[in-house]
Design a protein around this ligand. Structure first.
Ligand SMILES: NC(=O)c1ccc[n+]([C@@H]2O[C@H](COP(=O)([O-])OP(=O)(O)OC[C@H]3O[C@@H](n4cnc5c(N)ncnc54)[C@H](O)[C@@H]3O)[C@@H](O)[C@H]2O)c1
Length: 419
């Protein structure tokens, strides 16, 4: 009989893990509190772009995958993976989802079973929060009776090259036996696992990766603003610097950061450092400051472009390409496009937005949803290009007769200026 796996949370992280586990022979329950998602998943409709409906259908057809919101379906699991959200609430990490997932799992925990936390969180969560809750609800002891570990997810939504299976996966456990179990599980799912000595090291690894990205994006964002004022093409310098084969890594400016990771994860780390050591993680604070103000900078550039035409923002029709926070995904969580559009509307602009990936319910009521067609282009006073979705007709946008502010350097034309 196949080993029984439960994956708590069937979102961007949990669904790919569940489907991959089915493909490698496990019997999987995708436990999910959102009943709409449960219904759709069981009907073969995936809400996560990286898992196509065909792949989900193949998983369902094995008879070894189903999604459920019934706690009774957790019974008898051998391995449980927790992949629930870890947002910020009022400036502090909100671990309530991890707490509730651990409490739900605990009564079903059996001797010899393994629990793996995958949610991004600050160092210490697995052993100090998850472990004790599992012990309390099961009467078992971590390490002695059940295995517990942490393995951060590295999923990059929309990335066709690096997927779950060919991206090395960091694994850890509260003791050697737990590490062995966690590693054995992921060795079946991915090509390469990378063991580290403890769960805190694994938790910090994920935060280091995201903080590194956040800080470097802030660096190029700040540089882009200075270079523009100095009359230097920062994009050309970035291209040139990227030819250095060692000691340099390419990051590009943009209208701000979004998604579940960059705007949140580094703050988990700075919050913990402040709380435990009474110190400020200055790099994170600075990066938060620069990146969260990029929408203000973009609005200023819009004002200047309209000013050059002797127009005000008030009454101007601004056509925005892209509401998602990154290309070719429908994920609009924490997207900088929303504060940006809000500011433009507050200044009196009439804002319309084209984004073929984002669901209607994620569009703010203050904007009008459009296709981004030739007539939309003809109707606009200014165009803002925020995200390089493959569906956007770059040639047509590049030839627009009105000013185009391209925040991704994806366009080239007589009226196009870059961030
Ligand atoms: N999205 C990414 O690119 C990414 C990458 C790496 C790590 N992460 C981390 O992974 C974690 C999950 O992120 P995500 O993007 O998959 O979030 P998500 O919101 O897409 O999915 C989480 C799912 O968990 C469900 N859920 C919440 N509480 C539950 C419970 N008690 N029982 C069952 N289901 C529950 C939610 O309804 C939701 O469907 C976060 O900690 C995030 O930081 C995300």
């Amino acid at each position: 009989m196949s080993e029984r796996v439960v994956v708590i949370g069937q979102g961007y992280v949990g669904l790919p893990v569940a489907v991959r586990a089915v493909e490698t022979g496990f019997d999987v329950v995708g436990f999910e509190v959102d009943t709409e998602k449960v219904k759709n998943l069981n009907a073969g409709s995936s809400h996560v772009e990286d898992i196509t409906d065909e792949r989900l259908a193949a998983a369902l057809a094995t008879g070894r995958y189903r999604s459920s919101n019934e706690v009774a379906d957790l019974a008898g699991f051998d391995i449980a993976v927790i992949s629930v959200p870890t947002p910020m609430a009022e400036g502090a990490p909100d671990l309530s989802y991890i707490e509730s997932a651990s409490q739900t799992l605990a009564p079903f925990l059996r001797s010899g079973a393994t629990v793996i936390l995958e949610s991004t969180t600050y160092p210490g969560t697995t052993e100090e929060l998850c472990g004790p809750l599992l012990e309390e609800g099961s009467g078992l002891k971590m390490g002695a009776d059940f295995h517990l570990g942490y393995s951060p997810e590295r999923i990059d939504p929309g990335n066709q090259t690096y997927r779950l299976e060919n991206t090395p996966k960091v694994v850890s456990g509260v003791d050697a036996a737990s590490l062995a179990q966690v590693q054995a599980f992921f060795d079946r799912l991915v090509e390469r696992t990378v063991p580290v000595s403890g769960t805190r090291e694994a938790e910090l690894t994920k935060l280091l990766e995201n903080t590194f990205r956040h800080v470097n994006i802030a660096l190029v964002n700040e540089l882009a603003m200075f270079a523009h004022d100095l009359g230097i093409d920062v994009w050309e310098s970035i291209d040139a610097a990227s030819t250095k084969p060692f000691g340099y890594m390419r990051f590009t400016p943009g209208p701000g950061v979004g998604g579940h990771c960059l705007p949140i994860d580094p703050s988990y780390l700075s919050w913990q450092i402040e709380r435990s050591l009474g110190q400020t993680f200055r790099f994170v604070e600075l990066a938060n400051d620069v990146n969260s103000h990029m929408p203000d900078y973009v609005v200023r550039r819009v004002q200047h472009l309209l000013n050059d035409m002797e127009r005000s923002v008030k009454g101007s029709k601004v056509l925005v390409f892209g509401l998602a926070y990154k290309a070719n995904t429908g994920d609009a969580r924490e997207t900088p496009a929303i504060p940006l559009c809000t500011q433009l509307v507050e200044l009196g602009a009439v804002v319309s937005v084209a984004d073929p990936h984002v669901a209607d319910r994620q569009f703010p009521a203050i904007v009008t949803r459009v296709e981004g067609s030739a007539s939309d282009l003809a109707d606009a006073d200014l165009i803002l290009f925020l995200v390089e979705h493959a569906e956007f007709d770059r040639a047509a946008i590049s030839q627009a007769r009105v000013p185009v502010l391209d925040c991704r350097r994806a366009l080239d034309g007589p009226t196009v200026s870059h961030l």
